[in-house]
Design a protein around this ligand. Sequence first.
Ligand SMILES: Cc1cc2nc3c(=O)[nH]c(=O)nc-3n(C[C@H](O)[C@H](O)[C@H](O)COP(=O)(O)O)c2cc1C
Length: 148
Amino acid sequence: MNILYISISGNTRNFVRNLQNYAQQQHDQDNQQPLIQLKEISDATPEAVETETYFAFVPTYLEGGNGTDNGTQEIMTDALREYLEVGTNAQYCLGVIGSGNKNFNNQYCLTAKQYAAEFNVPFLADYELRGTNQDVQRIYEVLKQNNH
Ligand SMILES: Cc1cc2nc3c(=O)[nH]c(=O)nc-3n(C[C@H](O)[C@H](O)[C@H](O)COP(=O)(O)O)c2cc1C
């Protein structure tokens, strides 16, 4: 399974690495369990064409506001959205997993929901900040169920 992600302050990077390690452990116990490959997208990532399916992991950074009538403008994570907009890249996206901080109320994980709407892909799961071990296990199951 492939994961494309962006991470500004390191939480998402930490989470997907934990997910990758967990997948490796599962695979070691039962080699039917899928491994995970990671690809980090940043402002420095050259435009490229994806040819395999992947899941997109995006944290939430929005400009002020409350997420309803304002505060819906994405900041910081544009490089991932622009990458998904390249050619047919979005067609290979199996779903979006969002992260954020619940203190942001209506803005919680809004960027992932915006991606789901823009790219017509499912919003599969969310977790807060660096996530917990339970989040890792839960989201690994979600990825497996949607890996088709
Ligand atoms: C300036 C700023 C704005 C943020 N805006 C939101 C937001 O609108 N909604 C939300 O759920 N989380 C918001 N967060 C929380 C981040 O999404 C959260 O810390 C996330 O884990 C960061 O992931 P990263 O470390 O991979 O960049 C914001 C954080 C910062 C620093």
